[in-house]
Design a binder for this molecule. Structure first.
Ligand code: HEM
Ligand code: SF4
Ligand code: SF4
Length: 508
């Protein structure tokens, strides 16, 4: 499993580097696959509603109404039909990539299993909706799908009478299957929407809208395709004639030819086995358990910043229990907490400057405390013998399977996520002369392994989000570096250039 992940991760990294070059980091479609899924869903839904106005249900009416849409009204409903199809195909592409990418970059194990388990049935829904859509047109392709699907369903001991009998010849075909298909094709997507909502329930501020450039670009591409290669039907269905020479939509129907070579029962076994295998992936192997964040009420003023910043909905603000004069206190849901530490970075009491009493903020990670981080900073600073001295704060996860490299002489402090770093540490490092410069090196923009760590860090260091970086900090001595995985050389180069820039500052 680890090897599979590594190979896939490398493949994604290589591919994404090309897209990053073409589109830039923020508009790289690979970092917005889930959001693109939502976007394509809305296009499919909106065009579907429009098409339904013109669609007639029935053995002969269905085909005729779709022909009318395609040819008589090609400029409006025809384009809608093509968009409906292309957006459905695009949905399959982005969701399959999304699945493999979340797997490759290990965003499914431990307490993150929920999105994975709710995502899998979504894939099933996409296929059920797509196949029922092809069925509705009642052309020769629909006839093939109807017969192949019902024969396959008949291999299960579910129905008293084989349902494929309905499609034996034109006399056995009735309208009830169309009614059933319309029902599936309308309620399937509605149910899917509900599941999509459940899918992101453990994500605070889930990204369900892709960047505008990507949204407009993909929409225009699909529109252009709709004019150049409009979606058309494949001749009316005729159950008395076996269709030959069919064009398949390989995104939805690639498995159908398998039915000719693999017995239906065996195919069910593969499907169920595959589903179970995929469903078990979050535990193959189980993630090393990491302790959840803990709250220390003595130093908590109930400001709720940790609650606002937690990317995994693991915090709730609840009524105060210790009698202090604050309204609320955070409560950690240990089942959701991924130990990213981002809440620590947001806590105003997580400061290395405090002298009285032990250094213990309102919230922290038991295995990576703020006191230990302060000690590490001082130790690492003492060991530096290069000038200018730079301390690098880097995410554990910002590179493939190995931690990001910065050259042998770099003083690197690793954090679960750089979002864990309170801005006061930058101030502390610079004002107490533990370093001449601080570099914060995290995942690519829009692709934080812990979702919001780099976004919040950018905001905090730009003094737009609490806790702000103090005004006295000379930001020329702070380098924020957000690079994709595998960009080790670029990272090292960024550090070298930063050192040179610091050198010129010192000469001033
Ligand atoms: C209609 C289909 C789907 C849509 C629209 C969709 C959309 C999304 C969105 C918007 C997010 C949140 C991204 C963020 O803000 O960080 C997400 C997360 C996720 N999705 Fe999907 N998804 C779909 C299907 C799937 C499937 C089939 C799988 C895999 C079985 C999957 C696995 C995941 C995982 C593991 C995460 C969470 C990653 C993390 O914890 O950061 N999704 N999805
Ligand atoms: S460690 Fe991360 S997931 Fe856990 S409570 Fe803090 S911000 Fe939320
Ligand atoms: S950010 Fe800190 S002080 Fe504010 S509520 Fe959370 S733990 Fe308490």
């Amino acid at each position: 499993m680890a090897l599979m992940k590594r190979v896939l991760a490398r493949a994604f990294t290589r591919c994404e580097a090309v897209f990053e070059y073409a589109f830039g980091q923020k508009n790289n479609p690979f970092v917005s696959l889930g959001a693109l899924g939502w976007f394509f869903y809305w296009i499919v839904a909106a065009t579907g509603v429009y098409l339904y106005i013109f669609f007639d249900t029935g053995v002969t009416d269905a085909y005729a109404s779709v022909e009318y849409i395609t040819h008589e009204q090609w400029y409006a409903a025809g384009v809608m039909r093509s968009l409906h199809r292309y957006a459905s195909d695009a949905l399959v592409i982005v969701v399959v990539l999304h699945l493999f990418r979340e797997f490759a970059f290990d965003r499914l194990r431990g307490r993150r299993f929920f999105a994975w388990l709710t995502g899998l049935p979504l894939l099933g829904f996409i296929y059920i909706c797509g196949i029922s859509g092809y069925w509705l047109v009642w052309d020769q392709l629909a006839q093939y799908i109807a017969l192949a699907t019902t024969e396959w369903l008949d291999t299960l001991p579910l129905f008293g009478e084989p349902i494929a009998n309905n499609f034996l010849n034109s006399t056995t075909l009735g309208g009830r299957f169309f009614t059933l298909m319309v029902f599936i094709h309308i309620f399937g997507p509605l149910f899917m929407l509900l599941l999509m909502w459940v899918h992101i329930q453990r994500h605070s501020q889930a990204r369900v809208n892709p960047p505008r450039v990507l949204a407009i670009g993909t929409l225009l591409t699909m529109l252009a395709l709709s004019f150049v290669f409009p979606a058309v039907s494949q001749g009316p269905a005729d159950l008395d004639v076996v269709p030959t020479d069919l064009g398949l939509d390989w995104f939805y129907l690639a498995a159908y030819p398998l039915l000719n070579v693999i017995p239906g029962g065996q195919l069910w076994l593969y499907l169920v086995g595959g589903f179970i295998f995929f469903a078990l992936m979050p535990w193959l192997p189980p993630a090393k358990p990491v302790p959840a964040a803990t709250v220390n009420l003595n130093n908590c003023n109930g400001c709720a910043r940790c609650f606002d910043d937690c990317p995994f909905g693991a915090l709730a603000m609840v009524p105060r229990t210790d009698g202090l004069a604050f309204d609320a206190q955070p409560a950690v849901n240990v089942n959701n907490c991924t130990s990213c530490g981002i809440c620590v970075g947001s806590c105003p009491t997580a400061t290395p400057f405090r002298r009285a009493g032990p250094l213990q903020p309102g919230i922290e990670l038991p295995h990576k405390t703020i006191a230990a981080l302060r000690e590490e900073l001082i130790t690492v600073s003492d060991q530096q013998d290069t000038s200018p001295r730079v301390i690098v704060f880097a995410c554990d996860t910002s590179d493939l399977d190995r931690p990001a490299r910065f050259g042998n002489d770099a003083a690197v402090i690793r954090l679960p996520c750089v979002g864990m770093l309170p801005p006061s540490f930058v101030d502390f490092a610079l004002s107490r002369r533990y370093a001449d410069g601080v570099m914060i090196s995290g995942c690519a923009e829009g692709d934080c392994h812990h979702r919001l760590g780099n976004e919040w860090t950018i905001e905090r260091m730009a003094r737009r989000r609490d806790p702000y970086l103090r005004q006295r900090v000379d930001t020329r001595r702070l380098l924020l570096s957000w690079l994709p995985r595998g960009a080790s050389r670029r990272r090292e180069r960024a550090l070298d250039e930063f050192r040179i820039a610091l050198g010129t500052l010192d000469d001033e």
